[in-house]
Design a protein around this ligand. Structure first.
Ligand code: ADP
Ligand code: MG
Length: 355
């Protein structure tokens, strides 16, 4: 008989430690692999070309819910969420591979709707769909999108590279997608309990849109290029600002101070958070799925961005030993907490470890 080995729950470990655990013993074998696991995308170089590759998986009832996500939006979001990782390297995505697994509940028309969304995103972002794989599934739908992008090697921006004194900037606004999700979940519960209720989502178009049909920040990459700005480090906000700050700090070996009153929060996000009794700051810090770009710049570049309405300076980089802190509106200094997939409102204890 085999001895029963002690089992560890994956949930306890958390997403980032799990990735580390599974991949840290793999060594890079090829000189073409400039960067492997650990950033928003891998970097591959051959001859004079540099390629970026990243993949994202989307699972029904984990990443989307057919009760409130139209398939056309799911298709669109899978593409934008995946190419966001290429933009986060300051690169241009040009090709995607899309793999799908569908259970028998899905009809041809459903699959076509999904691809209408995929096509819309490919048109908007100028992307070629070049392949994928198709399978049946026992239950539900799973979609994987692999994105391929390009950049001059000298222009690629990694999670590492931020220096003490650099400014921390974020595009757009934060927390909207999370509040959209809370609203949709609430209306789903109401519907399940009463059946004949119409969803009450009036005046919530912005946050619902942020959740169901997010955009990738191609425009910010273009703006940075126009302004001749090369960030020192960059990441996209997929898991939540706090979590991404932890990644930048870890990879760049720095600390960060951010200011609560500088966090960009849309009015609708703010009002919806209050409605749900969630502090708007918590939504912005830990919400996730915003697909905004979080990046650092030398202070000397401040003049170039100070008039851009779509970029907020939210803090600055400090020495690693100073840790990661938020200066609240009342002036107190509070250590930041990282939250990965253990999103707000779950019973998981939030982690303050460097993950
Ligand atoms: P992002 O949120 O930017 O998509 P992730 O947190 O999903 O990044 O992944 C972090 C890093 O770990 C990336 O470099 C990714 O390619 C790598 N990674 C994630 N899952 C796996 C896996 N199962 N096997 C190998 N590498 C992985
Ligand atoms: Mg990313």
């Amino acid at each position: 008989m085999f001895e029963e080995k002690e089992k560890t729950s994956i949930e306890r470990l958390g997403e980032f430690k799990l990735i580390d655990h599974l991949t840290s013993s793999f060594e890079t074998k090829h000189k073409e692999t400039l960067l492997g696991v650990g950033d928003d995308a891998a970097i591959i170089k051959f001859n004079n070309a540099t390629q970026l590759v990243s993949t994202e998986i989307f699972i029904e009832n984990i990443h989307f819910d057919m009760m409130y996500s139209p398939l056309v939006h799911i298709g669109y979001k899978c593409i934008t969420a995946s190419i966001s990782d290429i933009y986060a390297m300051n690169a241009t995505p040009k090709q995607v591979l899309v793999s799908i697994a569908l259970s028998s509940k899905y009809t041809l028309q459903a699959a076509e709707e999904l691809y209408t969304g995929i096509r819309a995103a490919c048109e908007k972002y100028n992307i070629d769909l070049i392949g994928g794989d198709t399978s049946s599934s026992v239950t539900g739908m799973a979609i994987t999108v692999t994105s391929i992008g390009y950049a001059d090697e000298s222009k690629i921006v990694k999670r590492s590279g931020a220096k003490e004194g650099d400014l921390l900037c974020v595009s757009g606004d934060l927390g909207g997608a999370y509040m959209g999700l809370q609203l949709l979940e609430r209306e789903k519960q109401v519907f399940l309990e009463t059946k004949d209720m119409q969803p009450d989502l009036e005046g919530k178009d912005y946050v619902i849109g942020r959740q169901l049909r997010p955009e990738a920040r191609k425009d910010i990459i273009e703006l940075l290029e126009e302004l001749s700005i090369l960030p020192t480090s960059m990441i996209d906000v997929s898991d939540g600002l706090s979590s991404e700050i932890f990644h930048l700090c870890k990879n760049s070996n720095i600390g960060m101070k951010i200011y609560e009153d500088k966090l960009p929060i849309d009015q609708q996000t703010y009002d919806t958070a209050l409605e749900f009794n969630v502090p708007p700051t918590t939504t912005a810090m830990n919400g996730g799925e915003d697909y905004e770009l979080l990046f650092t710049l030398p202070q000397s570049q401040y003049d170039k961005i100070k008039n851009s309405l779509d970029i907020s300076v939210i803090g600055y980089c400090t020495a690693a030993h100073e840790g990661k802190e938020i200066i609240t509106k009342s002036g107190s200094v509070v250590p930041l907490e990282a939250q990965g997939w253990d999103t707000l409102g779950t019973t998981e204890e939030s982690s303050t470890e460097d993950n």
